[in-house]
Design a protein around this ligand. Sequence first.
Ligand SMILES: N[C@@H](CCC(=O)N[C@@H](CS)C(=O)NCC(=O)O)C(=O)O
Length: 202
Amino acid sequence: MKLFVTPNSPYARIARIAATEAGLTERIEEIRVVNRSPDSPLLAYSPVCRVPTLVEGALVLGESRTICAYFDRVTGQARCFPEGRADDWQARALEGLVTGFLDGVAVWNRELRREPAARSAFLLEVELRRAERCLDRLEVLCPAAPAEWPWDFTRIALAATLGILDHGLPALDWRQGRPRLAAWFAAASARPAMRATAPERP
Ligand SMILES: N[C@@H](CCC(=O)N[C@@H](CS)C(=O)NCC(=O)O)C(=O)O
């Protein structure tokens, strides 16, 4: 399998963490690309050309969630999507909260990478408020004991999102007033798969 990634994409990190946790790294060739490059080798496989993209033979899978589901299928182990998840609507609601949070943070982070004069102050404000609301809700939902949350797609996506906050938006002191989430993220960050996929300093 080929897995197209960039080192700092939180979406690609979800797939990289899931692959590591599933013990699939030996079977995966990780290929680093540069987003939006006209020479990207990923263009040979995907017109969408986003990371992560997983290629296995004629199968070209985009979307971190789909790729994680594929890893569950390949290994025969329901790590990312535990049995019964499809009908567990509270769990699916939490997944939606986390992926919405991630999407907002990704927009915010992308906007901040633009030249200062080109940034939209409106967009930055909207995404700051969205992130703060999501963080506050997640603090309420987070268990006091970090181990009570399973390490599934939702939590992997949450860890990747908090990781990109630390990496790309360090001015936001998101841990302040959110001790449960901070403790959960500290525990999650100690996992070998998290350490192996940490965003790189520019
Ligand atoms: N919903 C997708 C989002 C993937 C995505 O937006 N990836 C970004 C990197 S963080 C990307 O490849 N951007 C390149 C582009 O937009 O051309 C997923 O879950 O995988």
